[in-house]
Design a protein around this ligand. Structure first.
Ligand code: C2E
Ligand code: MG
Ligand code: MG
Ligand code: MG
Length: 284
């Protein structure tokens, strides 16, 4: 009988579980250390206004520089930080750092809006609005230049509370963007009920915009709806000139993506801004 015995597969399964658990526990421990040692930094991805062809904003994206192991994606560590209840600490640092950079750059360039991602878990902290206000105030930032990026899942639990909270932040001048906007069942309802300034069109729709009529129809519907509601649209993940041309024709307000630039370290961003704001004629 050459079939693997039940005992062996059970043992393999158990071994895999133990490995997964071990990896997970060491990742948690490393993250706790990383937060204390401040192994995080921000990179910034430019956003272009299609009508004026000017850089009008950047999105701050967090990176973990793990000693000896290079840069680790937020997609890997943000969910873990959320689960172990440490996203608040990192989130607060991100708010302070992003606001401070926004103010520093405004001395050299026309004001650049700063997009800051907030994870739904951060909203579980009841003093989040206070933390946000304090970060802007300490940095001396113009709140109208700070755009808070939220996701739909934020509203899952208590839409009423969320709406009130967002309203208060908007009264303070902060801009609110809904990130990764899709066409889920509840999406449109949120779009109509949430106090928003900006809708970020998910990369999924941008990806096939040059190929499929359906994605073009969706983007067209979203941009005209947003126009009617007075919202700005930012298309994410724009990688080609053809995608840009389509988005322009379909009425998107701004684009962000590798076509313009990947997310950049501060010193590279400043060079990028320098080039983009110097007179076109001088370059050509
Ligand atoms: P997001 O907020 O939707 O950010 C956009 C992601 O798309 C970024 O990935 C960016 O690097 C990537 N991207 C930009 N342009 C292109 C493109 O042309 N093509 C493709 N294929 N990708 C592009 P990143 O930096 O790995 O971040 C992943 C996600 O992690 C973010 O998605 C956001 O949800 C979260 N995240 C990043 N930074 C923070 C943060 O500071 N706080 C929180 N709470 N979440 C963050
Ligand atoms: Mg975002
Ligand atoms: Mg996004
Ligand atoms: Mg996305």
């Amino acid at each position: 009988d050459v079939r693997p015995s039940g005992n062996i597969s059970l043992a393999v399964y158990r071994r895999e579980l133990e490995d997964a658990l071990h990896n997970r526990l060491s990742l948690e421990a490393e993250l706790r250390r990383a937060v204390e040692q401040q192994e995080f930094h921000l990179v910034y991805q430019p956003q272009l206004d299609l009508a004026t062809e000017r850089i009008v904003g950047v999105e701050a994206l967090v990176r973990w520089q793990k000693p000896g192991q290079g840069t680790i994606s937020p997609a890997v560590f943000i969910p873990v930080l959320e689960e172990i209840g440490m996203i608040h600490q990192l989130g607060e640092w991100i708010l302070h750092e992003a606001c401070a950079r926004q103010v520093a750059w405004s001395q050299h360039f026309p004001a650049i809006r700063m997009g800051i991602n907030l994870s739904p878990a951060q909203f579980e902290q009841s003093d989040l609005p206070l933390v946000i206000r304090q970060a802007a105030r300490l940095a001396g930032a113009d709140t109208r230049m700070i755009e808070l990026e939220i996701t739909e899942s934020l509203a899952m639990h208590s839409p009423e509370t969320t709406i009130k909270l967002l309203q208060n932040l908007r009264e303070d001048g902060f801009k609110i963007a809904i990130d990764d906007f899709g066409i889920g069942f509840s999406s449109l309802e949120y779009l109509l009920r949430f106090p928003l300034d900006t809708l970020k069109i998910d990369r999924a729709f941008v990806k096939d915009i040059t190929r499929g009529r359906s994605d073009r129809a969706i983007v067209r519907a979203l941009t005209s709806l947003c126009q009617g509601l007075g919202l700005t649209t930012i298309a994410e993940g724009v990688e080609t000139q053809r995608q840009r041309d389509y988005l322009d024709a379909l009425g998107a307000t701004e684009i962000q993506g590798y076509l313009l630039s990947p997310p950049l370290a501060e010193k590279d961003l400043l060079v990028f801004l320098q080039n983009s704001f110097s007179p076109k004629a001088a370059q050509e």
